[in-house]
Design a protein around this ligand. Structure first.
Ligand SMILES: Cc1cc2nc3c(=O)[nH]c(=O)nc-3n(C[C@H](O)[C@H](O)[C@H](O)COP(=O)(O)O)c2cc1C
Length: 183
């Protein structure tokens, strides 16, 4: 069974990670969810735990099994790392090597060859901000794949590019990358 490490960050679209988790599990993947603190304001760990049928991880200092270091083990076991939705903040932290929460610490501990996908979701001005675009380019230059956001009427009322890609698109990209890797 392929293991997907799903990072969920604090976007208004975080609720869609429930559908994403549910569909990935039904397709036969093991989904281990890591949530940022902000994302837990939008969707509960209990929801994602119930849908993934796995413990949901939120705290880098929470070490439930004293025989292992949780963030290292999570990183080692993943066949694919996916952050959906990915906030401007998490993308900035990933691009700059920060590791101040569980999600970013795991990302730093991933083996270089582990496929890495990010699905940004944010306001259109945030998405087109030069610093954000630079951060995306940095991540792509080290092997991250971007699942581009859609142009849509956004939750803030603006129209433009920034809406989380369709769940179906995220699933297709995940399949594609995992299968390319097996080819
Ligand atoms: C209602 C609401 C919606 C938000 N939606 C987004 C979003 O879609 N994308 C984004 O980058 N930030 C969004 N934010 C801001 C992030 O939650 C904030 O930058 C936070 O620090 C992100 O933390 P994280 O990256 O650790 O999850 C939103 C904030 C609020 C209050």
């Amino acid at each position: 069974m392929k293991k997907i490490l799903l990072g969920v960050s604090g976007s208004i679209s975080a609720y869609k990670s429930a559908d994403l988790t549910n569909q990935l599990v039904k397709l036969g993947y093991q989904v281990d969810v890591i949530m940022t603190n902000s994302s837990t304001k939008f969707i509960t760990p209990l929801t994602l735990q119930s849908l993934s049928k796995r413990p949901v991880h939120t705290d880098v200092m929470q070490e439930s099994d004293p025989r292992i270091i949780n963030h290292i083990e999570l990183a080692k076991q993943a066949d694919l790392f996916l952050v959906a939705p990915a906030t401007a903040n998490i993308i900035g932290k990933l691009a700059n090597g920060l590791a101040d929460d569980l999600l970013t610490t795991v990302a730093m501990a991933l083996p270089f060859e582990t496929p890495k996908l990010i699905a940004p979701a944010m306001n259109t001005n945030m998405y087109s901000h030069p610093i954000h675009q630079r951060n995306l380019e940095t991540l792509k230059s080290i092997g991250y794949h971007e699942i581009e956001p859609r142009e849509s009427l956004l939750a803030c009322g603006d129209f433009g590019k920034g809406a989380l890609a369709d769940i179906q698109t995220i699933i297709e990209q995940t399949h594609l990358i995992l299968n390319q890797r097996n080819a």
